[in-house]
Structures are given as structure tokens and as C-alpha cells.
Design a protein around this ligand. Structure first.
Ligand SMILES: Nc1ncnc2c1ncn2[C@@H]1O[C@H](COP(=O)(O)OP(=O)(O)OP(=O)(O)O)[C@@H](O)[C@H]1O
Ligand SMILES: [Mg+2]
Length: 105
């Protein structure tokens, strides 16, 4: 999966996209449930992440929320794992649920 911030919409969105890529590069490997970043260019323009099967936003949100609550109850990165927790920011890699969008600031 390649992430390239979109320059065509709004310049500030593009800048947030760069920051998101840089944050994902920095956080990759810091928790076992974060999809791995293989490469990120120096200024965050181009990031390559392990490809996941994205979770649909149509799933039962209550059940999804409960599963995250159980999973991260005593986790030291609990708040980080919970940030922007919509289903489509999560995916499956080799049958395991991982976070694929963790570029929040
Ligand atoms: N590792 C990945 N494997 C497969 N698909 C991915 C991966 N990372 C992101 N995606 C897809 O691209 C979408 C957007 O990526 P991401 O969430 O990182 O950007 P975003 O700017 O936060 O977008 P959004 O506002 O839609 O959440 C994700 O919702 C998902 O569908
Ligand atoms: Mg997202």
C-alpha cells in the first residue's frame, strides 16, 4: 500500500498528510498491532506500508468497539491505538487485526 498526500485538494491537507506519513514511519514497530511501514521518503511524500484487507465501515460498530476495549484494556499505548478508531482505519494481515492509519497528531 502506497500513501502519497494529495496536493490537489487543499495545501494544509497535503501538509497534514506529510505529517501523517512521518508519524507512521516513526511509530511503525512500536506496537505489534501496527501495520509495518517498509519505507518512507525523507519529507513524508511517499510511504510504503504492508497491505491489509481493510475492515468495512458497515460492520457493527458496537461489536468493533467492544473488541478494541478488550484488546487494549491494559495496553500502554491504549490511547494511541484508540485514536481515530473507525473500522476502515483497521485491517487484517495474515488473519490478524492491525491498525493501518496511525498518523494522527
Ligand atoms: N496498509 C493498508 N492496506 C490497505 N489499505 C490501506 C492501508 N492503509 C490505508 N489503506 C486504505 O486507504 C484509506 C485511507 O488511508 P488512511 O486512513 O491512512 O488515510 P486518511 O487520510 O486518514 O484517510 P481517511 O480520512 O479515509 O481515514 C484507508 O481507510 C484504507 O481504506
Ligand atoms: Mg484514515
Amino acid at each position: 500500500m502506497v500513501k502519497i498526500p494529495n496536493l490537489l485538494v487543499q495545501y494544509d491537507h497535503f501538509l497534514y498528510g506529510l505529517l501523517a506519513n512521518l508519524q507512521e514511519k516513526n511509530m511503525s514497530g512500536k506496537h505489534k498491532d501496527l501495520a509495518k511501514v517498509f519505507y518512507c521518503s525523507r519529507f513524508g511524500i511517499f510511504l510504503i506500508m504492508e497491505k491489509a484487507e481493510v475492515v468495512s465501515n458497515d460492520i457493527d460498530i458496537g461489536e468493533f468497539c467492544d473488541s478494541l476495549t478488550d484488546k487494549y484494556r491494559d495496553d500502554k499505548l491504549k490511547e494511541f491505538m484508540w485514536s481515530d478508531w473507525k473500522p476502515s482505519n483497521w485491517g487484517y494481515i495474515r488473519g490478524k487485526l492491525v491498525k493501518i492509519d496511525y498518523g494522527d497528531k
